[in-house]
Design a protein around this ligand. Structure first.
Ligand SMILES: NC(=O)c1ccc[n+]([C@@H]2O[C@H](COP(=O)([O-])OP(=O)(O)OC[C@H]3O[C@@H](n4cnc5c(N)ncnc54)[C@H](OP(=O)(O)O)[C@@H]3O)[C@@H](O)[C@H]2O)c1
Length: 275
């Protein structure tokens, strides 16, 4: 049976999840959202097609699953608002980057909390969400969380200490691919291709390579080796990228994103202690 879901925060990620739940078969009556501005509530209600209320506690009360989809800095205020409305056996799923499970467990004693890190390809049901369960989460709660998160793509259960690395790889990952697409489009135009042709070539290449990589039994290394003939054009391009430190740069970018995620987590924990 599908759990009823309240999504607190009707912004980008909350909206993506709500739309994904509807596409996955949830009835509009089984999903409710909470916003904090009337304009946002009206807009989300119109575009998504589920009820949106201005009171997070009202949205959360009695729902099987309560999804926290506000920015990390807004989590403490939201938890204050819903502390009395959210009780066991309700399940809380947090999407908030960097906010430790302990912050939720302290505000909501006895409530099962799952922390997750989705990404924006969830908007086209191709998301990648890592999740981990807190101290009150049993296998049934973990399964329920996975069923909600799987509405928008694939899921993986990992321990909480790995979520900063997840944030740096799959959470931030779409931006790496978008940057590569931007750079490739600009390079294509500099090689003389018309703008519309450059965009089409790049979009379909990124899409085709992604689908091939995801569906082929071959590794990225093998697929790359197969298109790299000695002395050929791809070999020349690969040498340029390797000589320019491409791998080291990617490693630095991921390390820097993971480190920023850890900092944000520490800030969230400190904000909670101060509150
Ligand atoms: N976007 C991503 O790529 C991504 C990826 C992974 C995880 N996440 C996580 O997802 C969460 C949401 O991110 P987002 O990009 O969707 O942010 P967003 O677009 O700013 O959406 C958050 C929404 O929550 C609303 N809000 C804040 N406090 C509220 C309250 N007390 N009651 C009701 N609504 C409230 C905000 O209202 P206002 O408009 O008034 O501020 C805003 O509309 C974040 O914690 C983020 O770390 C995002």
């Amino acid at each position: 049976m599908r759990p009823s879901v309240a999504i607190l925060g009707a912004g980008s990620m909350g909206g993506i999840l709500a739309e994904g739940l509807l596409r996955a078969g949830w009835d509009p009556g089984e999903v409710i959202m909470a916003a904090r501005r009337p304009e946002q509530a009206q807009e989300a209600e119109r575009f998504i097609g589920v009820p949106v209320v201005l009171d997070a506690a009202q949205a959360a009360a009695g729902r099987d699953v309560v999804v926290v989809a506000v920015k990390p800095k807004d989590v403490p205020t939201l938890l204050d608002q819903v502390a009395e409305a959210v009780t066991p056996p309700q399940l809380v799923i947090s999407l908030a980057a960097g906010v430790p499970i302990a912050v939720f467990e302290k505000a909501l004693p006895g409530v099962a909390v799952v922390r997750s890190m989705p990404n924006t390809p969830a908007a086209v049901d191709e998301g990648m969400t890592a999740y981990c369960g807190g101290s009150q989460v049993d296998s049934a709660a973990l399964e329920t969380a996975a069923s909600v998160l799987a509405a928008v793509g694939q899921t993986i259960n990992l321990s909480e200490d790995l979520l900063d690395a997840v944030t740096a790889v799959s959470g931030t990952g779409p931006a790496y691919v978008f940057l590569l697409a931007e750079a490739l489009t600009e390079a294509a135009i500099r090689e003389g291709l018309p703008h519309h042709a450059a965009e089409k070539l790049v979009l379909q290449t990124v899409r085709g390579a992604g689908i091939l990589l995801a569906t082929s039994p071959k590794s990225a290394f093998r697929l790359r080796a197969e298109v790299t003939s000695p002395g050929g054009t791809t070999a020349s391009a690969m040498h340029t990228l390797e000589d320019g430190g491409f791998r080291a740069l990617v490693e630095d970018a991921v390390r820097s994103a993971a480190s920023r995620s850890r900092e944000l987590g520490q800030e969230a924990a400190a904000q909670d202690q101060a509150g």
